[in-house]
Design a protein around this ligand. Structure first.
Ligand SMILES: [Zn+2]
Length: 80
């Protein structure tokens, strides 16, 4: 990984207008009603307001645990 001297990387968000991931420009941190923090800014391409929620668990990035199919082990009937 190359270090370009920037300690702080621009927050990224999904622009619904560009339908692509974009840097959030003029990003400001906001606290929502439910107490969660979010980044609010604008798309550098089209200027659409973008919003990125910081609080809570990263549901989108983390791979969802695939529930394994329950193994049906036949119980021996002669145990009792
Ligand atoms: Zn855009």
């Amino acid at each position: 990984m190359m270090r370009l001297g920037m300690e702080f990387s621009m927050p990224e968000g999904y622009c619904v207008k560009c339908k692509a991931k974009k840097e959030i420009v003029n990003a400001v941190e906001e606290v929502m009603k439910n107490g969660r923090r979010a980044i609010k800014g604008k798309c550098p391409t089209c200027g659409t307001v973008m919003f990125k929620i910081l609080g809570g668990k990263a549901a989108a990035a983390a791979p969802a645990a695939i529930p394994a199919a329950p193994v049906t082990t036949p119980k021996p009937a002669d145990t009792n």
